[in-house]
Design a protein around this ligand. Sequence first.
Ligand code: NDP
Length: 480
Amino acid sequence: MKNSIGVYGLGVMGSNLARNMANHGENVAVYNYTPDLTDQFVSRHAHSRIEAYYELEPFVRSLKSPRKIFLMVSAGAAVDSVIESLLPLLDQGDIIMDGGNSDFHDSNRRYRALKERGIHFISVGVSGGEEGALNGPALMPSGDQEAYRQVAPILEKIAAQVDGKPCCTYIGPEGSGHYVKMVHNGIEYADMQLIAEAWQFLHQIVGLSIPETAGVFKSWNESELKSNLIEITAEILSKTDQETGKPMVEVILDKAGQKGTGKWSSQEALNLGVPSTIMTESVFARFLSSLKEDRVQAESLLEGPSPSGEEMDKDYWIKQVKEALFMGKICAYAQGFQQYKTASEQYGWSLQLGDIALIFRGGCIIRADFLNHISDAYQENKDLSNLLLAPYFLEKTNRYQASLRNVVMKGFESGLPLPCLSSALAFYDGYRSARSGANLIQAQRDYFGAHGFERIDQQGTFHARWLEPETVTTSVKVNK
Ligand code: NDP
């Protein structure tokens, strides 16, 4: 009997996805371009529904037509070279899916190039890490809808399920699935940094011990903050290092790594002109963290306050930090979804924001109860300009903004950097300001570059002769 799907790439993710497919009744062919991982896979994960191949041609020939091949290889040049090697073996109508964290520009290019060859290309954003790949990830597939229909039964079966619905839905044309995954990761970066700042505040300013902070996160996971990241944070903070007997988190070097999707997301926000400030700050915070040697040296040279060690009202501040964190999270998601909306409009993708929130409810790293509220907000008003304006979020932010303000002020006063919490507050205050300071910026631009400005009392574009005495009254109309 022929196999219903082939998985190419037997690294961490590919091997678990193949096992997930087999566990759901699919006959799966697997292949890796070096034999070592195939050997490892065969010795560790023998499965009656999985056939391992050491040669590409029999791997492809073992697949039912139209062939469905799921690539799970390192993003970048590897995907192109794998596609090149597969092409001579494929027929028109066959389907290649790319589940790696590919750059969506590459996915758009691959989609178009393969379409010309009669091959369907589906970009599949995959989230959930190793565990999710095996037991149910969140999947974000895009490409031709007709091709998606052919792979949907498999993808929707292996995805995480929440309330009987798969965390997998057709996202849109071309590489939009990888776009959605990329911004998902940007939101994830922001969420992680916000949590780290809340934790540092509790530990360094409120004076809670690490086990006490674990207890706080555990209790938060039973509140509106309930989410995968809060849950794993509680578990991390409870863990003790066997070698030193210290909390595990204390023996981990404070330099954060990254693989690039947060950076891409932020770059894309800049390209689109959307203020995704919190995710961008979170990327910068990782860069700053990596300057460990500089930071150690600067600590003794640069002056500023440090946490005073004053006795704090712990219960009061724990509540303040919780509300500040929730508020920061709302702003980060509002920005991420604003980015989806703008990308959808600029690229003509018709992204369904409510459906995207629904598929993030399970399987993925940012899964959280509050995604239901995001989904509801877009179901109620699909043209919503920003999540902050939806009734649920309006009520929350109006109630919690004072706590975010308190925490940020206390942090600043104590010399504790809170890049994402403070960025959330700046965004919130900027977004709710009918009048910004940009009139002065427009004046400066016009002064040094004659860039023109609009007036609040007349239509058109104007230029002022700034150096002439009658500046105020002689603005002249500029041709558009
Ligand atoms: P691994 O490093 O574990 O596996 C990478 C795979 O790519 C291996 O099978 C490797 O084969 C193969 N590969 C590398 N270069 C080539 C090449 N030139 N030609 C063919 N195959 C090649 O990575 P992961 O499984 O963790 O990740 C795979 C993809 O999934 C990546 O794009 C990653 O960003 C993405 N992803 C990862 C997640 C995670 O949590 N780990 C979550 C979601 C997506 P070999 O070892 O033989 O070189």
